[in-house]
Write a protein that binds this ligand. Sequence first.
Ligand code: NAD
Length: 377
Amino acid sequence: MQKIKLGMIGGGLGAFIGDAHRRASRICNDYQLIGGVFDVDFEKGQEFAKQQDLDLNRCYATVDSFIESELALSDVDRIQAVSIVTPNMLHYEFASKLLKAGFHVICEKPMTFTVEEALDLKNIVDSSNQTFALTHTYTGYPMVRQMKEIVKSGALGKIHRVDAQYYQGWVNSIIEGTGSGITGVWRLDPKYAGMSSCMGDIGVHAFNLIEYTTGLEISSVLSDLNPVKENVQLDLDGTVLLRMNDNIKGVIRSSQVAAGEENNLTIGIYGSEASLKWSQEDPNFLYMLSDTEPTKVYKPAHGYNTEFAEASHVMPSGHPEGIYEALGNIYKGVAKSIRGEESFDGEFPTVEDGVRGMKFIKSVVESNSNNNSWIDL
Ligand SMILES: NC(=O)c1ccc[n+]([C@@H]2O[C@H](COP(=O)([O-])OP(=O)(O)OC[C@H]3O[C@@H](n4cnc5c(N)ncnc54)[C@H](O)[C@@H]3O)[C@@H](O)[C@H]2O)c1
């Protein structure tokens, strides 16, 4: 089968998530990276393109020149899908331009800077024929997909409570360290990150994981955020109480300053008959708890899993799979959508998930500055 021609905006030398996107696109084996705008600095972008052995004519200085030059090529040669892996403030501008020019878009989270931009992007996606995917990477893990399907089957009984946590500690070294000022790290700077650091960068993953796995909508939030230090402009830590439909309650706990924590994203979905617990640092084990039976452990690559979870592992059972494979599963879902193939419900997060995420971030910030009051999404 012909590979989908892939472009990338950002993700050049030393960039973090762009490399994971390239690896993911190779794991699923559906794409070939052709070109892009790999860096804000054109020379560094060209250096990267050389290292990747790409045609330098397909390495562009700006998104505008990318679009103009690619559109001048024949359908056969033109890049078809573009991954946007730049800091947050550029997602909306680049995604809307690329969609309007006819490219499929795979965009990093948080989707935009504001809810207004998110709604506008949704209109653009809805009126186009292209695929738009948002890379909430954790939805690609086989056991997260298994969790979604178990909840859908009703096996938990009535859901009583949902508890998600995303703890990191790396920002300690920036705010407490001597070597680097906080302005050098874009996640802490509202000009690059938007209205939130902790909730916008990682709390939103916990939010998405709750809505993805339970199928519930979080209707209102009450938050208590903490910038931790006086000279920090955005939240670095916070707790959010959640109200969902059907009188279900929950909580999101998130921190970038919990010393020693790495990418400790966990979720617990507690029901009247059974409960599910999953942790991204141990992603191949999904625990099902009950008051009357011993704990069950689900693992990838076993016939007892649902068809969707079974379609989401690469190796036979017992070989650990991780974040690259999870992102690869999202790229696989996008490839199926571009090719018009049949797919499972939830193979990649959509523009609706992006709108929900932006409403969450805005409401959490509003609740905190409004005396920690309840805010409807
Ligand atoms: N899904 C996830 O789990 C996950 C994980 C990490 C980061 N992210 C998201 O990915 C995005 C990028 O984060 P990162 O940590 O890789 O950032 P980064 O700072 O490591 O890399 C950003 C890249 O964007 C490039 N860039 C900046 N301005 C540009 C422009 N005008 N044109 C072209 N390229 C430009 C930079 O040169 C750099 O190559 C963020 O939105 C972040 O929230 C998501």
